[in-house]
Design a protein. Structure first.
Length: 185
């Protein structure tokens, strides 16, 4: 699926190539009513859509103008559900807009988008490296059968105490970039 969007406060086009893969697990299987209840609730939800988002890149649109494009890979099962339900499709697109904003600080107009009917993608799709972030499964698959050894490994990684995803402060972000730059030299 190819989605044509616009950046906020500009007329700049931004394209999202929505791709499918079996390497990404589908989100929890919920009904339209359950999704509506989540959307109408003031409470935070645990419903998440696993996705992989590529780096933005420039390509040419049909008028040979340079435009930004990004590839987003999701579960093939969930994409089929979104193709059958406008509610799930629009919710997915809103989640993708938010994810792009969080990851790249690109704000897209969530009210002005078009799902292109005669085009499945724009530009060439790029490869995704999909990481299995299901830590509990990973620990269950450890080669050692010794429960004490598994606990030592889990504690040494800090996974039992830290969330998988957490916000970092500006100074922590700067320290992380400094470490990355040093490791490249």
């Amino acid at each position: 699926m190819c989605i044509k969007c616009y950046k906020c406060n500009t007329d700049d086009k931004f394209f999202i190539n929505l791709c499918q893969t079996d390497d990404i697990p589908p989100p929890e299987d919920i009904s339209e009513k359950e999704l509506t209840d989540i959307l109408n609730s003031n409470e935070p939800s645990t419903f998440r859509i696993p996705m992989s988002i590529s780096q933005p890149r420039l390509t040419l649109d049909k008028s040979d103008n340079k435009v930004d494009v990004i590839d987003v890979a999701i579960s093939a099962i969930f994409l089929r559900k979104c193709e059958r339900s406008l509610l799930f499709r629009d919710f997915l697109i809103a989640c993708i807009h938010e994810a792009i904003n969080n990851k790249y600080e690109i704000t897209l107009n969530s009210e002005n988008f078009i799902v292109l009917k005669n085009r499945k993608s724009i530009g060439n799709l790029i490869s995704h490296r999909v990481e299995n972030r299901d830590v509990k499964k990973g620990y269950d698959m450890l080669e050692t059968s010794d429960p004490e050894e598994k606990i030592k490994i889990m504690n040494s990684t800090g996974s039992s105490k830290k969330p998988l995803i957490q916000e970092i402060t500006s100074s922590e972000k700067q320290q992380l970039w400094t470490k990355i730059k040093r490791s490249r030299h």
